[in-house]
Design a protein around this ligand. Structure first.
Ligand code: 13P
Length: 247
């Protein structure tokens, strides 16, 4: 079976006091021990948060660059993320793609470099409202995933896919369980044909976009939803309920 995996993406939120409080809330939990929990922390707080989380919670960077070191002002490398003890990175988030202009090819280069350096990757994909309304959801999600295939190679065990329809992110407009399940199932079919049947059955696919404590249970009951990537609600105590949504 696929272990349920819930990620919190704090985005550019929090200060030292708030991130400390969030970690305290997670420590109290209680968090379902059968669920993998990964928190995506602003780069400047990565080392601090890594130093205060219990071993049962993993820490992710929200981005990284595609080479180990050098003249790339403002960037951080997978080696640096590993160096402070964190093991995950979120890549290809729609905000990186739309606000910072990251194309499929760049996301793939980042994924390749992160995996080569021993990080686990949450790779984000998802269509805009315009693309959904034009009937292009699958085309977009397959294109974004296809770009990742050579980057991932046979390293699928270290990859989680996050399906985040852009129209559902930060809007309060969650995809319905059926909408999310449909995309997850067709993505798995596509992976079976284009990666391998084994990858298709083993890879975990998170849903992201306005997940809350109130809607997580119903989404979690869908057979092809293996976890969540949570934005706004990951800053709140209800993140505990989202982690525990399969209970
Ligand atoms: P919200 O949960 O705030 O909609 O954000 C989702 C997201 O982008 C997680 O990466």
């Amino acid at each position: 079976g696929r272990k349920f995996v819930v990620g919190g993406n704090w985005k550019m939120n929090g200060d030292k006091k708030q991130v400390t409080e969030i970690v305290e809330t997670l420590k109290k939990g209680p968090l379902d021990p059968n669920v993998e929990v990964v928190i995506g922390v602003p780069a400047i707080y990565l080392a601090y948060v890594q130093s205060i989380v219990p071993g049962t919670i993993s820490v992710a960077a929200q981005n990284c660059w595609k080479v180990a070191k050098g003249a790339f002002t403002g960037e951080i490398s997978p080696a640096m993320i590993k160096d402070i003890g964190a093991n995950w990175v979120i890549l290809g988030h729609s905000e990186r793609r739309t606000i910072f202009g990251e194309k499929d090819e760049l996301v793939a280069e980042k994924v390749a470099h992160a995996l080569e350096n021993g990080l686990k990757v949450i790779a984000c994909i998802g269509e805009t409202l315009e693309e959904r309304e034009a009937g292009k959801t699958e085309e977009v999600v397959f294109r974004q995933t296809k770009a990742l295939l050579p980057a991932i190679g046979n390293n699928w065990a270290n990859v989680v896919l996050a399906y985040e329809p852009v129209w559902a992110i930060g809007t309060g407009k969650t995809a319905s369980p059926q909408q999310a399940q449909d995309v997850h199932a067709s993505l798995r079919n596509w992976l079976s044909a284009n990666a391998s049947p084994d990858v298709a059955t083993s890879v975990r696919i998170q849903y992201g976009g306005s997940v809350t404590g109130a809607n997580a249970k119903e989404l979690a009951s869908c057979p092809d939803i293996d976890g969540f990537l949570v934005g706004g609600a990951s800053l709140k105590p209800e993140f505990v309920d989202i982690v525990n949504a399969t209970q």
